[in-house]
Design a protein around this ligand. Structure first.
Ligand SMILES: [Zn+2]
Length: 429
């Protein structure tokens, strides 16, 4: 997740309250002046400590990739405690609360991800120092999970009615190894056809991810006969030498022009001993781009570079017994967007308008998140930050600081959800 930190001054806060009283017309389609929204904003601010307590206690339940079950069961319990009677856990382990709308509006799914990058056995105790929290996953994505709970509570407590149904979700499988299996299950199976727009709340800050950086990741495995470094010299090709040639070729590649496109050999493994012509070698490769065309081109260039290297190693020892062969194991594929969204795409416009009504201006960027999947299906989607500030995501020393105005994250999320789902305007103050 990208991290952009933004401090909001007291003057801006004052402006928020001034704006809350401004007429609807001034806010475009964002109903920040509605009495129910005002109740929800006030409520969120008043139980900010509850949000933080949830963020901390959820985070102290370990959730390594593919082992999100315990955290998911607890998340379901907490949604039910907020008055959601029918909270389901689908076959992938996604937790989904459904808040039916009155009809006539789009259905909105808002999700935080349950999984972390941290392996089993990681110390998940959160240390609290004033408004600062230190802990594994505390920002990415315990913050998002806490924000979704806050939205769930505020919708009920402020008696907000929407036209479209709102799905409040804790999903599995966002991080690398999970390969988006949670949202994939939700949107292509368990809630297939039921979600018109998708919002992921991921990480800290107050920015928007509007575009999907797609990626392809492979483990490339080279195998050969292997042999003694002295006795078999000249009689067998080397898997390590072949891979070395491949890395040399890849290092010289020029990515396609246009949208930013990248490649990286991230890890290498292999070999038996210093005096063995290696029978095996492997490397992990990552390629990324926002453009499907560029990603495919990059993929072809990498494949060609590797094929050329293997052919060269095999040709080096013409009389050799056995040859080097190569295999590609897919580690992960993150899809790019079907359409490349921008600031004028309606869902992004709503995110920006809600922020503007609250007195801040998000950066709009590209990243690789749960929203990649809906974007690839043509479902309007965005990933928003959960408020506060944070750092060291995916690393030891991850931290979150709620500061003086962390509550703006959940307020923003709530305003976006109510705007997109179509707020049924209150008749009572
Ligand atoms: Zn995340």
């Amino acid at each position: 997740m990208h991290q952009v930190h933004r401090l909001v001054s007291r003057a801006v806060l004052t402006a928020v309250f001034a704006l809350a009283a401004a007429p609807l017309a001034a806010q475009g389609t964002v109903p920040i002046d509605d009495p129910a929204i005002r109740r929800a904003f006030a409520a969120i601010q008043s139980w900010n400590n509850w949000i933080i307590d949830n963020q901390v206690s959820i985070c102290e339940i370990p959730a390594p990739p593919f082992k999100e079950t315990a955290r998911g069961i607890e998340y379901r319990k907490r949604l039910m405690a907020l008055g959601y009677s029918n909270v389901k856990i689908d076959t992938a382990g996604n937790v989904v609360a459904e808040r039916p709308g009155r009809g006539g509006g789009p259905s909105i799914m808002i999700a935080g991800h349950l999984d972390t990058v941290f392996p089993e056995g990681t110390d998940v105790k959160v240390k609290r120092t004033g408004t600062r929290l230190d802990g594994a996953g505390i920002g990415d994505d315990c913050r998002g999970l806490a924000v979704v709970l806050a939205v769930a509570r505020a919708l009920n407590e402020a008696r907000i009615e929407t036209r479209g149904t709102v799905y409040l979700v804790g999903n599995v499988g966002e991080e690398g190894p999970g390969n988006l299996r949670g949202v994939r299950e939700l949107l292509t199976n368990s809630y297939k056809g039921k979600v018109d727009q998708f919002i992921s709340v991921d990480g800290t800050g107050l920015d928007i991810t509007a575009r999907a950086v797609g990626s392809k990741r492979f483990n490339v495995v080279f195998t050969g006969p292997g042999g003694h470094s002295y006795g078999a010299f000249g009689n067998v090709p080397s898997a390590i030498h072949a891979m070395g040639r491949a890395i040399g070729n890849i290092g010289d590649l020029v990515p396609p022009t246009g949208m930013k496109t990248t490649y990286n050999v991230g890890t290498v493994k292999g070999g038996t001993s210093v005096n063995t012509i290696s029978p095996d070698a492997s490397m992990e490769i990552d390629m990324r781009s926002e453009s499907l065309e560029n990603l495919e081109k990059m993929d072809q260039l990498i494949h060609a570079a590797i094929a050329k290297a293997v052919a060269a190693e095999n040709a080096r020892w013409p009389g050799a017994r056995g040859q080097i062969s190569v295999r590609y194991d897919t580690i992960g594929i993150r899809p790019v967007g079907r359409v490349i969204q921008n600031d004028s795409t309606p869902i992004i416009r709503t995110g920006l308008a809600a922020a503007k009504a609250m007195g801040f201006t998000p950066d709009v960027g590209a990243s690789s998140t749960d929203s990649n999947l809906p974007m690839s299906m043509g479902i309007p989607a965005m990933t928003i930050d959960g408020g506060g500030r944070g750092g060291n995501a995916h690393a030891a020393g991850e931290w979150y600081d709620d500061g003086q105005d962390g509550y703006k994250g959940p307020q923003w999320a709530l305003l976006i959800v109510a705007s997109l789902a179509g707020l049924v305007r209150s008749t009572t103050p």
